[in-house]
Design a protein around this ligand. Sequence first.
Ligand code: ARG
Length: 430
Amino acid sequence: MQLWNKGFEPDQLIEKFTVGNDRNLDLRLAKYDVEGSLAHIKMLERIGLLSKKELDILEPALNEIKEEIEKGDFRIEEGVEDIHSQIEFLLTGRLGDIGKKIHSGRSRNDQVLVDLKLFFRDELKRIAQACGDLFSRLQLLSEEHKDKLMPGYTHLQIAMPSSFGLWFGAYAESLTDDMYMLLAAYRITNQNPLGSAAGYGSSFPLDREMTTKLLKFDAPHYNVVAAQMSRGKTEKAVAAAVAAIASTLGHLAMDICLWMSGNFGFISFPDEFTTGSSIMPHKKNPDVFEIMRGKCNRLQSIPNEVALLTANLPLGYNRDLQLLKDILFPATDEIVECLNMADFMLQHIRVKSDILEDKLYDYVFTVEDVNKLALNGVPFRDAYKKIGMEVQRGEYKPTRNIHHTHLGSIGNLATEKIAKKMESLLSEFR
Ligand code: ARG
């Protein structure tokens, strides 16, 4: 039975094809759908479309459904199209005609938008939290290992001295860039579409400021058409933020795979955190970070998927938009899972000391030695030539002491300053 049933049943194949995976996905929207309805009926009472008596019947009935959802006693029945229909059917089943009144001045188009905004708002907070946790772990490791040097690479060739302090700290600060994206997605999300109805508003005098306050949105999406346009646009912003984090995390996973390789051996993990081979008895593989890299690479495709799904849709609601849930719902789970896994694994990372003692890395010190000459008055280009010729003749001997003091360098990681930046970003989500 459909909310829009007018005496004929749609063909079953049509029903199955159009509902698709929605009954499953909509379960995650259930509690938000009730919250949206609670705000809507309070507003309907304020503007005289429901009596106080009716509100007093509807409100506890909706709260009862909310409890059932929280307890897990809730399902969307076969033949019911979506979460919005299920809740309205439950209400009319339990309350009769009063249940039929709640949809005044509303359409499933703005209803699903409200649900999604509330859902994504919570998901973005969850992602921010997971980013914050990994950030703290990375900063801790950066400080703990700040004196352990390693080679820095350009073109994957040995370049200049780096350190584990710089490396861990780099990924921490890089996450703050992603948090700016996440915050943008949060701000775009946190606007109230309720009252836009089918996408063109209503002839009822809806109090949209009231529902904005009740649902704790920052502001309304004022223009009702713009409100409807935010379906797809919101998802695009969320997808971009998820992809940004995935890009940082995938990069970290790649470094770890490379540096766990026997050819580098810069880092390792206890045996229980590695995986083996069915034929090669010696193997300790970095499968966790390979799966993480793969998932993060896949997550970087979701902005494209959203863009293609929504490209050139006609203005107003189109059913295509329903499919956005298939893209975004698993993605927010997956990025949180990857962030948590990275945090978990890094608790156990082992870092090699004295890597640069190996003659293999002698050349990381050439620039240090050029700079030493320059500090003693030799013009930089002449100093460069002198050391360059020593290397060329195979006579270069590194002096090996390192003195980097400027902001953000090996000897001055600016950990506190970066922590402040993250803290102020995180506070925007509270
Ligand atoms: N399941 C639909 C969606 O996610 C709900 C809105 C349906 N609106 C409609 N006019 N068919 O988009």
